[in-house]
Ligand binder design. Structure first.
Ligand code: BG6
Ligand code: MG
Length: 215
């Protein structure tokens, strides 16, 4: 029985996955490093510094730790500018309805995000108080596919892992949920990932909701 749903943020609740791409692209172009949307898929769910390492695989020279920190800082400054323009309209289709369905069934909800920008984003889209717990990149030391972020969210909610459903758009996030002993609904970019317990193109998929909760 599912007693709690733990949502990833970027690409599940809000369109910020595209803001991450645009900010990294601007940083990579500035350095003359090739970067495209296919490479960007590997960054989903992955921490800022680990994302940078993936981008630097295409660089034609080695970067010092200091340079890497400067590049990550630059990306985050571009990203913060992009997210300062977010509004409620950037909430992904089906999210609000899915949340109300959870609430009407007394299912607890949480955010489990790798991002250190999760809280300001939730504030901007007016959804901070919609969740019973928010665990983000500031609370964890291990990135997805490690289950730390979801395990902490389950603990904060006081719900056993086997009673939690994770919603993810990243393969690394799907693995994190499964590694934590939870069921996982894969949406968007991860919808084709065969390890997921359930799949849907988006949270608008009502049939998927019925399949998960009416058992
Ligand atoms: C995840 C995103 O939610 O957060 C990744 O999917 C991102 O793309 C990661 O790198 C860390 O985000 P931030 O905001 O702390 O740089
Ligand atoms: Mg995501």
């Amino acid at each position: 029985m599912i007693k709690a749903v733990i949502f990833d943020l970027d690409g599940v609740i809000v369109t910020t996955d595209d803001c991450h791409y645009r900010a990294w692209k601007q940083m990579a172009d500035g350095e003359g490093i090739y970067f495209d949307r296919k490479i960007n898929e590997r960054l989903r769910g992955v921490s800022r510094m680990e994302s940078l390492e993936i981008i630097l695989e295409r660089a034609d020279r080695k970067y010092s730790q200091e340079e890497k920190e400067a590049l990550a800082y630059k990306k985050n400054e571009i990203y913060k500018k992009l997210i300062s323009e977010l509004t409620e309209r950037d909430v992904l289709p089906g999210v609000k309805e899915f949340l109300s369905e959870c609430k009407s069934r007394h299912i607890l909800t949480a955010i489990g995000s790798s991002s250190k920008n999760a809280k300001p984003i939730l504030e901007r889209i007016g959804m901070f108080s919609e969740f019973d717990a928010v665990v983000d990149g500031n609370d964890i030391s291990k990135s997805k596919p490690d289950p730390e972020v979801f395990v902490k969210a389950a603990q904060r909610l006081g719900v056993e892992r086997e009673n939690c459903l994770v919603v993810e758009d990243a393969c690394a996030g799907v693995d994190a949920g499964l590694n934590g002993g939870m069921r996982v609904l894969a949406v968007g970019s991860a919808a084709e990932y065969e390890r997921a317990t359930y799949s849907a193109n988006s949270l608008e998929d009502k049939e998927c909701f019925k399949l998960i909760f009416q058992q």
